[in-house]
Design a protein around this ligand. Structure first.
Ligand code: NDP
Length: 242
């Protein structure tokens, strides 16, 4: 059974990616941190598409939890092969750097960059054995351009971009591609407090993007047809930055 693992699949962009994976006939392993109700809603929506869905709770920033929960799932389900890994879980904790607290720095770095490392190193070993895999990391415009108030988030996402390029070179010969998708402003819980009217004036396409528009790029990179694309970052930002 071929599975796609989507971290942070309970809401927003992650949920749209889960549904895209289901459209591509993947069974979906939906990770979440605490919102079990929304994780179950994602599961139901994925199941409506006629594939299997399972929810799995772990905090991607907690290396012991990742190892025990995801590691145990992989060990207990040897017939279920994770062919696609989407590292999507992320948080933002904005503050000007001079006011930024240790906790704000650590939590954002540990979730995006730490989470990428802890989850990917577990999953990649089985991809290496199968000589096939697709790893897609959800980064951000902030990690390419840098945004004020987001030194933590920009650093975390830029770190993941560097890791994407390095890992792609390590495992390319094993048939595994590693790419990143960098969204701009996308309508989700994460952007709810932002002044959309003001910000959309800066965007050439004059609107925020939809989670499904990010998921579509992820689906392309996850497809067999994208076999010759690796170490790449695709922006989905309405032309805001290129
Ligand atoms: P949301 O805030 O809507 O959803 C975040 C998701 O991540 C939830 O499913 C949440 O789980 C999960 N999550 C958060 N922390 C952890 C953790 N430690 N372990 C496991 N899961 C976790 O975010 P978006 O959908 O907007 O963002 C998804 C990704 O896209 C993030 O990496 C974000 O940085 C990136 N991005 C988003 C942009 C946007 O404009 N929205 C722009 C650029 C990048 P739970 O439901 O359990 O809390």
């Amino acid at each position: 059974m071929k599975f796609a693992l989507v971290t942070g699949g309970s809401r927003g962009i992650g949920r749209a990616i889960c549904l895209k994976m289901a459209d591509m006939s993947y069974n979906v392993l939906i990770n979440y941190k605490s919102n079990e109700a929304e994780a179950n809603n994602s599961r139901l929506l994925v199941e409506e598409k006629g594939v299997t869905a399972e929810i799995i709770q772990f905090d991607v920033s907690d290396k012991d939890e990742v190892k025990s929960v995801l590691g145990n799932w992989m060990e207990a389900n040897p017939e279920k092969v994770i062919e696609v890994l989407v590292n999507n879980a992320g948080i933002r904790e904005d503050a000007l750097m001079m006011w930024m607290k240790d906790e704000q720095w650590d939590s954002v770095i540990n979730t995006s960059l730490g989470g990428f490392f802890y989850v990917t190193r577990l999953v990649v070993s089985s991809m290496l054995m199968k000589k096939y895999g697709r790893i897609i990391n959800i980064v951000s415009l902030s990690g390419l351009k840098g945004l004020p108030g987001q030194t933590n988030y920009s650093a975390a996402k830029a770190g993941v971009i560097g890791a994407t390029k390095a890992l792609a070179q390590e495992i390319g010969r094993k048939g595994i591609t590693v790419n990143a998708v960098a969204p701009g402003f996308i309508k989700t819980d994460m952007t709810e407090g932002l002044n959309e009217k003001e910000l959309q004036a800066l965007i050439p396409l004059k609107r925020f993007g939809l989670p499904e528009e990010v998921a579509h790029a992820v689906g392309f990179l996850a497809s067999a047809e994208a076999a010759y694309i690796t170490a790449e970052v695709i922006s989905v930002n309405g032309g805001l930055y290129s």
